[in-house]
Design a binder for this molecule. Structure first.
Ligand SMILES: *[C@@H]1O[C@H](CO)[C@@H](O)[C@H](O)[C@H]1NC(C)=O
Length: 401
């Protein structure tokens, strides 16, 4: 099989990375203070504003469907306009995952959640045009995700592997679905997270759309929780989604993650209670120290601990402890067992697409730093405690130089 180019969710996370670098104006000294890499040229600095703009533009290159008048990636044309026809439904739109024109619902939903999260935390620091383009990138995904939920009792997914320009595709576009008998709490939970997070992006500018997103997020979550199971346990769905996007680590984290985003977006206590009552059975303590399209635990802990850090919901203290445990593994000075770093200082995890870890974990460092900086809390790593400035510095080390 031909090597696959890096899928969108791995690339996309760049936007997150770049957006908070821009947000924090973390223009670092690249003169060998940490590492001796020979770039950028002496005296020159990385242009993070330009990098942010290009990261967002990247999404336009991955668009599927009829392109809108404002499309800036003008080398692209309409494609996949009949997606969904095989099942008699409209599934036009969304993003291609990589170079083979697949629309994988599970990682696309995670990409959407992360895009939205980056706009929620750091959008105010983006130049106005980029904030607008970032919101458009979120909406291109959420318009599609709403279509996957538009038919009672099922959630659609899509898949087909072909190596050609999407504009030239004439092969069958396979459509899959999850339903009561073939549950997909992972897909439904992540879709709920994506729609709830996105509702916060649109709350001020388009409250009607934000309401639609939130209502659909509730629906997707209810579905995820009512029909529990992992989509890749079904043989048909496994054939479509695996080996690339099997749900390897189970659907439990997506249930908590979906509830956590619904809590954040709606402030509804039902979801707080869900997190409190189900945290243990759904493995909130899982210390896999991962954060990516399959495993949401580290991000979940950072997200949920916000309300504890702000002094609002003290019963969420354990989530701060879980988040601390994870963050401590990233801090070389702490005595925790550490994540591996390359000699140049880049975080390294076994397996493919290492940059997905670098980017998503840098995002968590900066987001956690942001939450902590508004409180008197620190990260407790055994006998040392670490403040937000150290977390930002560690994120810088991962990203730059
Ligand atoms: C969902 O998928 C199953 C199995 O392929 C199929 O039999 C069923 O018709 C699909 N449902 C819808 C609403 O498309």
């Amino acid at each position: 099989m031909a090597p696959r180019p890096p899928p969108i969710h791995r690339l996309c996370v760049r936007i997150l990375l770049v957006s908070f670098v821009a947000a924090h104006r973390l223009v670092p000294p690249c003169s060998g203070s940490f590492y001796d890499f020979p770039f950028p040229a002496a005296g020159k600095r990385h242009d993070y504003r330009d990098a942010l703009a290009k990261s967002i533009l990247f999404f336009e290159g991955q668009r599927s469907g009829r392109l809108p008048p404002g499309q800036r990636a003008s080398w692209r044309g309409d494609s996949g306009v009949s997606d969904g026809a095989a099942a008699g439904v409209d599934l036009e739109g969304g993003y291609y995952d990589a170079g083979d024109n697949v629309k994988f619902g599970f990682p696309m939903a995670f990409t959407t959640t992360m895009l939205a999260w980056s706009v929620i935390e750091f959008g105010d620091s983006m130049p106005r045009d980029e904030r607008r383009h970032a919101a458009a990138a979120v909406r291109w995904a959420t318009d599609y995700l709403l279509k996957t939920l538009a038919h009672p009792g099922v959630i659609f997914l899509q898949d087909h592997d072909c190596w050609e320009r999407p504009e030239d595709m004439d092969t069958e576009r396979t459509v899959y679905n999850v339903s009561a008998g073939r549950p997909g709490s992972d897909i439904a939970g992540e879709t709920a997270a994506a729609l709830a997070a996105a509702s916060m992006v649109f709350r001020d500018d388009d409250p009607g759309y934000a309401e639609t997103l939130l209502a659909s997020a509730r629906k997707a979550f209810e579905y995820a929780d009512t029909y529990k199971g992992a989509y890749s346990d079904d043989p048909d769905l496994r054939a479509g989604g695996c080996p690339f996007y099997c749900d390897f680590n189970g659907y439990q984290d997506e249930l908590l993650w979906g509830a956590a985003w619904l809590r954040r977006a709606s402030k509804d206590d039902t979801f707080l209670q869900y997190i409190q009552n189900n945290g243990k059975t759904l493995g909130a303590e899982d210390s896999s120290n991962e954060f990516g399209w399959d495993n949401k635990h580290a991000g979940l802990n950072v997200l949920v601990s916000k309300e504890f850090i702000e002094g609002k919901v003290l019963s969420l203290q354990s989530y701060k402890e879980f988040a601390d445990n994870f963050i401590c593994t990233l801090i070389p000075e702490s005595s925790s067992p550490h994540i591996t770093y390359t000699p140049g200082g880049m975080l390294y995890k076994p397996g493919g697409s290492n940059m997905q870890h670098v980017t998503s974990i840098s995002f968590l460092l900066l987001t956690y730093a942001k939450y902590l900086s508004k409180s008197s809390h620190t990260v407790n790593c055994g006998d040392i405690s670490i403040g937000p400035v150290t977390l930002q510095r560690q994120a810088k080390r991962l990203i730059i130089c």
